[in-house]
Structures are given as structure tokens and as C-alpha cells.
Design a protein around this ligand. Sequence first.
Ligand SMILES: [Zn+2]
Length: 279
Amino acid sequence: MTTANHALVDDLVAANHILYVEGVVDGFGHVSVRHDQRADRFLLACGVAPATVTADDILEVDFNGVVHDEAGRRSYLERFIHSEIYKAHPDVMAIVHSHSPAIIPFSVTTRVTLKPVCQMSGFLGFSTPIFEIRDTAGDDNNMLVTRAKLGRALAESLGTTDFALMRGHGSVTVAKSLRLAVARATWAEMNAKLQTEALRMAGTDGDAGVNYLTPVKLQDRWPSTRRWWIGHGISGRRKRGSRLRVWSGSCRLTSQIRKALSASLGCLRVNRVSTLRVY
Ligand SMILES: [Zn+2]
């Protein structure tokens, strides 16, 4: 059982669910946050699908990638992404690693660069690094960051940016808070979809036909993610008997997800029309 603050654990559970609902993670992908009581560890779920994560699944991992208090649970093979980034970047408080589909094309083409097309994705900047695992692991590799050496190389690729593509694999998003990391990972995926559509509309004009954000607007205009988080039903204002919208109506809630969500929000049940009542 982790010694971290319960509220932080609850937020990490909610972060897993939000990333699943937003299509950033599916059965794979993970999110972590620095431990709030121990400077040498971070929190990460054990090797389960993000949509099903509960507080009991949260493990403590140190910066060497060693899992503590496993109690028979397996951790993600790619936990070295997190351990090495935390080690190399003391200002990073939370990390999302995903294989979100709209992002991946931008990691494998040299003709188009991922660039911000709307205000939420200004954090991407104009020089998104692309991590090439072959530079460290050679041609004979399985694309996964399963060793400290590979995680270290990825952390170096990230440099001072908040987002890095991983060639043919996915991406990594970092931030100074868990909520901002989750929001940024979602906005990066959204930006990739919008940019792809904008380029399609631009036709043969290509990049020249797209009016990207200008550098003056590149500051992170959305430092507070409170409203965004509340929009997912995760709020500190959970009054007895109140109702909160949780997911978009188009999202299918399986009984397992409803159960996990209900537990993470401290509610008794989440109904079929994606409204929950707080008891
Ligand atoms: Zn991966």
C-alpha cells in the first residue's frame, strides 16, 4: 500500500480513466506522478489497462525503475520512461506515455512537423523532438523502453520541451502537475487530428496553407486545468446528493469502468446515461 496522500492517489486513478475516455490510452499507455511524501519515488499503476485502474493498483517505483511493495503485481515494462525522466528533469512532476493514434504519423514522416494549430496546444512549440530508439538500441529492438539506458536516451531527447514524439511508437508528455500532464496529452492528440485535417484542406499548399499559431501565442495559455478537470466530473465540490456529468454521451461505459469510476470519485453508482449521484 502506498504511503502517498490519498487525494493524490485518487487523482492518479482519475487521470487513468480520463486518458482512456479521451482516447489517449487504450489497453496500453500509462501515467505517473511524483510521490508527495518521498523524494526518491513516483506513483504508477501496476500493469493493468488504464480504464480499470483502482487505488489498490497504484505502486511506488524508485528512480532506478525498481518497484516497491509489489505484492505479486507486475508493473509496466516501460516504467523506465518515467524513472529516467524524473531523474533527469527535477521540475517534472507528472508524465504521460501513450500510443495515441493521431500522433504517430507525425513521428514517422519528415515532410510534416507536429505544430500547434490551436491555443490549448501552444505548449508543443515548433521543434518537437523525435526520439529514435535505434540510435541507442540499434536496429534489433522491440521499440519498447524497457531499460534504464533507453529511458535515459528518451529523457535526453526531451530536453527542455514538454512533449516528445517516439518514432513509430507514440509520445511522452510532461508537466509540473498531474492535471496539466493529462490535459496536455489530450490536447496533443487533439492537435494532431486538427493539424492533419488542416493539412488535408490545404491540399497542395501543404504547410504554407495552414495558419499555425504564431510564436507570441506559444505560451501556455491554460495554466489552470481546474475547469477542464471538472469537465470530466473530477471536482472538489462533491456535495451530498449532487449530480455531476462524467463522460460525454457518446462514451460507452462498461460495468467495469462504471465501478472503477464510482470508486475513484467516492460515489455509490454511475448510471447508464453517464450521470452520477454523489452520496
Ligand atoms: Zn509504449
